[in-house]
Design a binder for this molecule. Structure first.
Ligand code: NAD
Ligand code: UDP
Length: 313
């Protein structure tokens, strides 16, 4: 008889995973954090290590894992383009082999399992804003494909395990999320711009900066993941989660310069291959089925993120 819900978080030492572990502990869960520290760090979870209900396991989920839990949040996968393109074969492996291992575990344990999918399954979208029924526009052989196609295959595996083995699944398509504990060198736009602004280096805008993204603050996203896991079993998703307020990358750079009072100048660099031109989630489904929507506006979220970066730079 287990009084506490036992929850496995893969990628638990990463940016999103560390906040999720923290939140689950607040909700009196027994948390197992599995991570191979590819992009995550112990620093993200140092403050949890003394908690007797928190357990850290160094493990690569492309290899089988034997633990006993009631729920699995599958977040293990590098999320920044710079990192996932650094070892693209491993990126596909973590999404495919890693998902098979975690789904196999869920099947044996009859555990609920949630997949951290991504807006990248829509590729460079021709439908705007993106709804869950849009099948996407993805290059299968480009430099982003290891991540995009890896995550698409993971979704396929989740739905095949659901249909073939009745595994209790949840699939969340996460749109650009930012906040404290992003790695300062991880290459994602918010962390890059804040680190550049605070150290008075040039702000590197790729292309003309007219491509758009919609930025969700981490606390809002974590609330969404928890609601999805606790929601009705028949609501498998896929469900979009993100903040529908859309900005150009140039607007983001200007906002960060203003909020930091930085002397940094904006410089323009070549746009990377297959960089999506626009991205904005349609979150009607999450609103209807989970009563979820983001609460934190970009300026407020950026202020909190800047405050964190000031402590580490
Ligand atoms: P992150 O890189 O900070 O975290 C990923 C974590 O997974 C790291 O701690 C890393 O060490 C770990 N990991 C990688 N490969 C592993 C392996 N083989 N075995 C065990 N652990 C492994 O990224 P994040 O932003 O926290 O993203 C978490 C998840 O959410 C990822 O699956 C990502 O694809 C997804 N996601 C994030 C965003 C976002 O904007 N942050 C958007 C869409 C999807
Ligand atoms: N970007 C930029 N400068 C940077 C880093 C990123 O202009 O230093 C742009 C990038 O080309 C993309 C957007 O910001 O258009 C978001 O990039 P990120 O890597 O954060 O995530 P993506 O949404 O592309 O996966």
């Amino acid at each position: 008889m287990h009084l506490r819900k036992r929850v496995l978080v893969t990628g638990g030492a990463g940016f999103l995973g560390s906040f999720l572990c923290e939140r689950l502990l607040q909700e009196h869960c027994d948390v197992i954090c599995v991570d191979n520290f590819y992009t995550g760090t112990k620093r993200n979870i140092l403050h949890l290590l003394d908690n007797p209900y928190f357990e850290l396991v160094r493990h690569d989920i492309t290899f089988p894992l034997y633990v006993e839990v009631d729920e699995i949040y599958n977040l293990a996968c590098p999320a920044s383009p710079v990192h996932y393109q650094n070892d693209p074969v491993q990126t596909t492996k973590v999404n495919v082999h890693g998902s098979i291992n975690m789904l196999g575990l869920a099947k044996r344990l009859k555990a609920k399992i949630l997949q951290a999918s991504t807006s990248e399954v829509y590729g460079d979208p021709t439908v705007h804003p993106q709804t869950e029924d849009y099948w996407g526009n993805v290059n299968s052989i480009g430099i982003r494909s290891c991540y995009d196609e890896g995550k698409r295959c993971a979704e396929t595996l989740f739905f095949d395990y659901y249909r073939q083995h009745q595994v209790n699944i949840r699939v969340v398509r996460i749109f650009n999320t930012y906040g404290p504990r992003m790695h300062p060198n991880d290459g994602r736009v918010v962390s890059n711009f804040i680190a550049q602004a605070l150290t008075a280096r040039d702000i590197t805008v790729f292309g003309q900066g007219c491509q758009t993204r919609s930025f969700c603050y981490v606390d809002d996203l974590i609330e969404g993941l928890i609601r999805m896991m606790n929601g009705p079993d028949e609501f498998t998703g896929p469900v979009n989660m993100g903040n529908p307020n859309e900005f150009t990358i140039l607007e983001l750079a200007q906002k960060i310069i203003a909020l930091t009072g930085s002397p940094s100048k904006i410089v323009f660099k070549p746009l990377p291959q297959d960089d999506p031109i626009q991205r904005q989630p349609n979150i009607s489904l999450a609103r209807q089925r989970l009563g979820w929507e983001p609460q934190t506006q970009l300026e407020e979220g950026l202020r909190r993120t800047i405050a964190y970066f000031k402590t580490i730079l």
